[in-house]
Design a protein around this ligand. Sequence first.
Ligand code: GN1
Ligand code: MG
Length: 445
Amino acid sequence: MTRCWLHRPLHWNLLSPSNCLIIAAPAPISRRLWGLFYAMPGFPLSENSANDCVRKRYGYYFSNVHIALMMRNFNLEQVSALASRFDIEGNVTDVSPFGSGHINDTYRVLTDGYNTDGYLLQRVNHHVFKNVKAVMENMQLVIRHLKEKYRQPGDQTVPVEKKVLTLIPTRENDPYLVDDAGNFWRMLILLADTRSYDIVETPQQAREGGRAFGQFQRLLSDLDVGNIHEVLPDFHHIGKRLDKLNHAVAADPVNRVAQASAELAAIKCRERRMHTILDLAADGILPIRITHNDTKFNNVLLDMQDKAQCVIDLDTVMPGYVAYDFGDAIRTIINRAAEDEADLSKITLNIPLFEAYVSGYFEEAHYFLTAEEVSSLIEGVLLLPYMQAVRFLTDFLEGDHYYKVHHADHNLQRTRAQLRLVEQLEVHEPELREIIDRVVRQYQK
Ligand code: GN1
Ligand code: MG
């Protein structure tokens, strides 16, 4: 039976009658409507949050019916009220959505306080980060450690507060707050006069990115890995990621497997090689370190002269292997196109940017990397876009529960783009290896 209705108001704490709309209909219809709405500004809610809200509100779930709920950004007045519960300077004068993350929601908060450029208020996605307390503990520990390091004698031309994120506690002095609907919110100082790039434009930017992530790893290399929670277990474990994909294929809950046969074949035929890092780690050849685990280039803030200033997005800082961070950074730097480029012919490699990143990275990383870690870096370059393809495809087959998507096939499009990038990297692998070897040799003299 086809049922389609609009329901309002929805008495859900942060949803107000003016900002929500539920559509419950058989999957093809609701998905199409959802896709249309999703393209409109102000409807950024992912399907998993939507389904969860609906389930909590109504206490039941339609097994064969796809439920989509469209919600505007949290009513900005409510966001502003939440912001006022943090220990900020002055009164809130403006809040607006900010950034392009796939998981959390971020708002810029301005106030009339002196000495402040504003704040970032973030709703941490607790469907993904199920233990937000552990995420925040990691973040506090890493911030404290980095600040201590930067306070040591040396170049102090840029104040420590500009080089490392600063969390603003609540007025009750807690690191985050939980609202009445169970959402987790935290506040950070906004770093003014900085910029981030989704697509890298110049070798100078790439070099600075390399320096920033290299320095991040170096400064954390003497922090005990045992003090860091593994907030997303097996986050970069390709074996587990492939198992999850295989389960999604077997269950095919939204009948999408048929659309993805070419991509599944491309993933299958590369499986063996992609286990190299795990094999080296299992043999005790690679040391486990504290890594960032989301080294997209846009997670480095550069100053207005394109000098590295601050590494951001510390949610996924966990024990890991350096090749993961290296590979994820290269994934976003070397690609001339966007992560989700639909025109695959645009996905080509910008090798000078690779070289620039490698040289910036080694300026810092040569202090601590082992020879085995250096040899593993190229494996990370192949693995990370491959793993991203596996993750996007799993989410596509499961019905887009994880990543925010902007149209029905978005995760499939992202998968295709990442697989094309893998193909390109395979073709140019010898050249990339040679560049790494050349840069490393400078430090061996
Ligand atoms: C997610 O939300 P964002 O953009 O910081 C994801 C990363 C992926 C990335 C792909 C916790 O990061 O692992 O590499 O999307 N974060 C999580 O763009 O899954
Ligand atoms: Mg992230």
